[in-house]
Design a protein around this ligand. Structure first.
Ligand code: AMP
Ligand code: TRP
Length: 340
């Protein structure tokens, strides 16, 4: 275990691969805002544009648009650039520089066991990019270049965070130092895994071909309400106890979403809505979702109207970030034996 006391610092990132959805909001962004406002941590939030080109190279104009739109999404949802450091990954070069060191610390076997690698590379791993394979080492560098102690993410990122701890531990062990913290994943709340509205066994995802499967952060009020009305459910009434959601993935998902949006536990929601039919519950959920999400979408469009302002915010964020990352990279190079 680490003896060093590290500054309580939060880091998290999202890929600007286009199409923020309710899963990103409840699983990640909303919790970024909560941790920012809690005041116990310094918070750093990032558009990971270097990660966004690992699966496939994107059209440059699209990548630029997506990065600015994600920045607008963060700010519209409550990430405050006066309170948090908001950055675009490629503008803080120490991320990629530390990632190289970690490419030499991490083992091929560790990377090959990552389920995201296996899912994304599919059967044709020979054709996948080297960047996709090395993705988790860059992610570890994103976190550890800040000596971040806590990382809020959705459930699907758990394995990558375990790998981040393994990389930190191996670096510390191999060089006989206590330099990198063993970061804590923060996977909490009712909605760490929001499921598709069309299939309760599949994660809500931007890559699902069915637009009805997800609520996009840019959907307007009517679209949000329509998607919730059409969401797949079962014929039974809602239970009053959490155990009653067992084996009812679609019902559980809608209740989790309600709880996440309304900042309640699932048990609290069920105490109120137990016994209701979906014909009653769905309109209430739609109303709640519209009340919480429509203002974010409106604010996002307003922010996107002034892209120069977004760029200024990111430039300022990069400057603040480098005050933290430059000394940590310098010290890492010293430990490794790079002549400076
Ligand atoms: P991605 O869009 O894959 O870059 O994910 C960005 C963040 O959103 C990560 O913290 C993910 O864990 C989280 N996330 C993505 N999809 C979901 C989902 N369906 N439910 C909860 N969290 C999610
Ligand atoms: N891999 C994360 C995802 O797909 C994105 C990410 C990159 C990230 N670097 C990070 C998340 C560092 C948390 C911390 O969602």
């Amino acid at each position: 275990m680490s003896e060093t006391q590290f500054t309580p610092r939060v880091f998290s990132g999202i890929q600007p691969s286009g199409g923020l959805h309710l899963g990103n909001y409840l699983g990640a962004i909303k919790r970024f805002v909560d941790m920012q406002d809690q005041g116990d941590f310094q918070t750093v939030y990032c558009m990971v544009d270097l990660h966004a080109i690992t699966a496939k190279l994107l059209d440059p104009a699209t990548l630029r648009h997506n990065t600015r739109e994600l920045a607008a999404g963060f700010i519209a949802a409550g990430v405050n650039p006066e309170k948090s450091i908001l950055i675009n990954q490629s503008q803080v070069p120490e991320h990629a520089q530390l990632a190289w060191i970690f490419n030499c610390v991490a083992r091929m076997g560790w990377m090959g066991r990552m389920t995201q690698w296996k899912d994304k590379a599919g059967k044709n791993a020979e054709a996948a990019s080297l960047g996709l394979f090395a993705y988790p080492a860059l992610m570890a560098a994103d976190i550890l270049i800040y000596h971040a102690t806590h990382v809020p993410v959705g459930e699907d990122q758990k394995q990558h965070l375990e790998l981040t701890r393994d990389i930190a531990a191996k670096f510390n062990h191999d060089y006989g130092v206590d330099f990198f913290p063993l970061t804590e994943p923060v996977i909490e709340g009712a909605a760490t895994r929001v499921m598709s509205l069309r299939d309760g066994s599949k994660k809500m995802s931007k890559s699902d071909p069915s637009d009805a499967s997800r609520i996009n952060m840019t959907d307007d009020a009517d679209t949000i309400a329509k998607k919730i009305r059409k969401a797949k459910t079962d014929p039974d009434a809602l239970p009053s106890e959490v155990e009653g959601l067992k084996d009812r993935p679609e019902a559980r998902n809608l209740v989790n979403i309600y709880a996440g949006l309304n900042e309640q536990t699932v048990a609290q929601v069920l105490a109120d809505v137990g016994g209701q039919q979906f014909g009653t519950f769905k309109p209430a959920l739609a109303e709640l979702a519209v009340a919480k999400l429509a203002p974010i979408s409106t604010r996002m469009s307003e922010l996107m109207a002034d892209q120069a302002e977004i760029d200024r915010t990111l430039a300022k964020g990069a400057q603040q970030a480098r005050e933290i990352t430059a000394p940590i990279l310098k010290k890492t190079y010293e430990i490794v034996g790079m002549v400076s």
